[in-house]
Write a protein of this length. Structure first.
Length: 447
């Protein structure tokens, strides 16, 4: 049986290892982030807790391959270096790894409303279309046979450097791409704010969890940040920016529709690790502000006690302000650039139906040199338009039961809505692998 697994994050790797061990011919399509986002973020978030129980975010087969002996609480650094990295580079795995971008998946011949008489749609194979960059291969051939390539001419060589599409057919397809490729914009109802669509390409506006990979660049080039959202990604930004906030000239405004910062995240069991870290950043910032205020009061009393002629020559101490400013109960309604001023301007609006509504602060405008949008992610359906898959009204999750979809033989792991958990879950995704195995075995049952 040929199985295609799309996505090379932890769940894709674990699924590939699992089905290869069962004897399937597995092809793993590896995107631009081998190991997934969780692996790439280890340098900046190494001490963030991934889970309180290592065995729930790893598999028995994975532990055998990696030799990891971690117990109980596991951090991102431990999980990445002692477990995930060993899986990524294990030489004993008999996997076919294609470093290519999957463009689309569809049935080889069947249309969406077509079936095979007396058979299921599984009778037709899945066709996985992927793009290949031939540049590296062409350069190797050119170095091996320079005279032959020289005769082709410059124009022909340039045309060969362009990506081309290829395909391969499979019995089973497992989507392990997760949700982080498709972030929501900053406006209400998961829509663009006014002018956002026009301004987002040419301005320092960063979207979603994948933008965390540019954390160092953003810290280097920013002094005044606006962070929109208060979910897990927003909490990760706050943790990553703590060292940046050590500079008193830097300021961060966090905007959320919630009436209490990180309210939903605090109730989510699997998000408690990053929530605890973010709360620590907030508390340390408040303590820093308290110390500044105490010093300010001392300086102010000293200034007031000065003789008049000396006081006239000294500037009155300025009351310190918090570097982190929380704006709760707000939606972003507009984004603007002004001809006569640098930076971006974010317009916020507050609705009377929300708690803590204040008519005097119904509309607020914030200035920023960089904007971070952390309003959530959705599962982009475009890749699988050629399959019988359905999504919820917000396109946030596929409508999937036990990793199965309405297209037999096509499965989605780690990005489906759970009754107890409305976010991406590594633990739940690993459970999906066993469910997929059980469903595949039904195709071979005599019953």
């Amino acid at each position: 049986m040929k199985i295609a697994i799309i996505g090379s994050g932890p769940l894709g790797l674990e699924a590939a290892i699992h089905f290869e061990n069962l004897g399937a011919a597995v092809t793993l399509f590896m995107d631009e982030i081998p190991g997934g986002l969780i692996y790439k973020l280890k340098d900046n978030f190494s001490d963030v807790v991934v889970h309180s129980d290592f065995e729930k975010v790893s598999t028995r087969r994975g532990r055998e391959i990696s030799g990891a002996t971690l117990q109980g609480e596991v951090t991102l650094g431990q999980y990445s270096e002692e477990y995930l990295e060993k899986l990524l580079h294990d030489p004993t795995l008999n996997l076919v790894i294609k470093k290519a971008k999957v463009e689309r998946v569809h049935k080889r011949f069947l249309s969406l409303d077509e079936s095979v008489q007396d058979k299921s749609r599984m009778h037709d194979l899945f066709r996985v279309i992927y793009s290949v960059d031939p540049k590296e291969n062409i350069l190797e051939q050119a170095q091996a046979n320079p005279e032959a390539f020289k005769q082709l001419g410059e124009d022909v060589l340039k045309s060969l450097e362009k990506s081309v599409e290829a395909f391969e057919d499979f019995d089973i397809v497992i989507d392990a791409t997760g949700v982080f490729h498709s972030p929501y914009p900053m406006g209400a109802s998961a829509s663009f704010a006014l002018n956002e669509k026009n301004l987002k390409e040419e301005n320092p506006i960063y979207y979603g969890a994948k933008a965390l990979l540019k954390l160092d660049e953003i810290k280097k080039n920013s002094k005044n940040l606006v962070l929109i959202g208060s979910g897990e990604t927003a909490a990760a930004w706050l943790v990553g920016l703590e060292s940046w906030l050590e500079d008193d000239s830097h300021s961060l405004s966090l905007v959320t529709t919630e009436t209490t910062i990180f309210e939903k995240l605090s109730k989510n069991e699997s998000g408690k690790g990053i929530f605890k870290k973010a709360l620590g950043v907030v508390e340390r910032n408040r303590e820093k502000l308290r110390e500044k205020i105490i010093q300010f009061e001392k300086d102010l009393h000293h200034w007031r006690d000065l003789e008049a002629h000396i006081k006239a020559k000294k500037t009155q101490p300025v009351e310190p302000r918090s570097q982190i400013n929380f704006l709760t109960g707000y939606n972003v309604s507009a984004l603007d650039r002004l001809l006569d001023r640098e930076g971006l301007f974010v317009t916020l609006e507050m609705s009377p139906f929300r708690e803590d509504y204040n008519p005097e602060k119904e509309m607020v405008t914030l200035a920023a040199d960089t904007i971070l949008v952390a309003t959530g992610h959705f599962k982009e359906p475009t890749l699988f338009k050629g399959l019988l898959t359905k999504y919820d009204e917000m396109r946030k999750y596929p409508l999937s039961e036990k990793a199965e979809t309405s297209e037999s033989g096509f499965y989605i792991i780690g990005a489906t809505k759970r009754a107890h958990n409305d976010r991406y879950s590594l633990e739940d995704g690993l459970k999906d692998i066993d469910l997929i195995e059980k469903d595949i075995l039904k195709f071979f049952s005599r019953a």
